[in-house]
Design a protein around this ligand. Structure first.
Ligand code: OOG
Length: 242
């Protein structure tokens, strides 16, 4: 079995050098609890460089994502301040490996509950060759977390369980979904995130951001693309790619 610190180091180096790393494979003997310990060590490399934890993300909350990635469990990862992209901001492909975007809903946590909601885009960028991984491998890789855009925060409207979600690239709709795809109701993301993170001794503190999970499959980012996620009643979040 490969040493946990060595795996964490390899994943961190892949991210900072923007080069893929081979999958660890069965020989590494990774299971889910071990993978979360590696994730903690991977993110510790970031915090050691001065990054600050600002929230959590859920992944594989929708059937579309589970089917796309060939796994079938909800997973969670850590968000840092360095991953935040301004709404309407620009990211460079040169700073990534093979990034993809997915439309999401973001929650702002306050008083232990959902204080505000916003449309969001998550940029995922697996550190593995061909964006392929097993469940423990993607957990160890901080669930492919790379960047996130949060649109305007607003009070939580009465029903957010079945809002239409679009992902547009250069004004063309490339993915259509519904917030219902996120755990049946994205508000379930809070309880799920609290439960999953607590198992690793992590709390979702007030002021944290929670990305509830993708409402559609992810779309690869191309140079020059203008990407917009539109969530019915909540508005839009966007980014540009150079
Ligand atoms: C894993 C992360 C997926 C989501 O919202 O489902 C994810 C991946 O597909 O690389 O963040």
């Amino acid at each position: 079995m490969t040493d946990l610190a060595t795996i964490a180091e390899r994943l961190d180096q892949a991210a900072t050098s923007r080069t893929v790393t081979p999958q660890f494979g069965a020989d590494a003997g990774l299971d889910v609890p071990t993978a979360y310990r590696i994730q903690e060590a991977v993110v510790a490399h970031r915090t050691a460089r001065g990054e600050r934890l600002v929230g959590l993300k859920l992944g594989l909350t929708s059937r579309a994502k589970m089917a796309q990635m060939g796994v079938d469990e909800v997973i969670w990862g850590r968000l840092t301040d360095a991953m935040a992209i301004a709404d309407g901001g620009t990211i460079s492909l040169a700073d990534h490996i093979h990034p993809k975007a997915e439309p999401e809903v973001a929650f702002l946590i306050g008083g232990g509950t959902i204080a505000a909601v916003a449309p969001a885009i998550e940029v995922i960028d697996s550190r593995y060759v061909d964006f392929r991984f097993t469940l423990p491998e993607v957990i160890a890789d901080n669930t492919s977390a790379s960047g996130f855009v949060v649109g305007a925060w607003q009070p939580v409207p009465a029903g957010i369980d079945n809002l239409g979600v679009l992902l547009e690239v250069d004004g063309r709709t490339v993915q259509i979904g519904s917030t219902a795809a996120i755990l049946g109701d994205p508000r379930r993301a809070l309880a799920e995130a609290v439960r999953l993170a607590a198992a690793d001794g992590v709390e979702l503190t007030d002021g944290s951001v929670l990305l509830a999970g993708a409402a559609t499959a992810a779309v690869p980012l191309k140079p020059g693309a203008h990407v917009r996620a539109v969530v019915e009643s909540l508005g839009a979040a966007s980014l540009k790619v150079t």
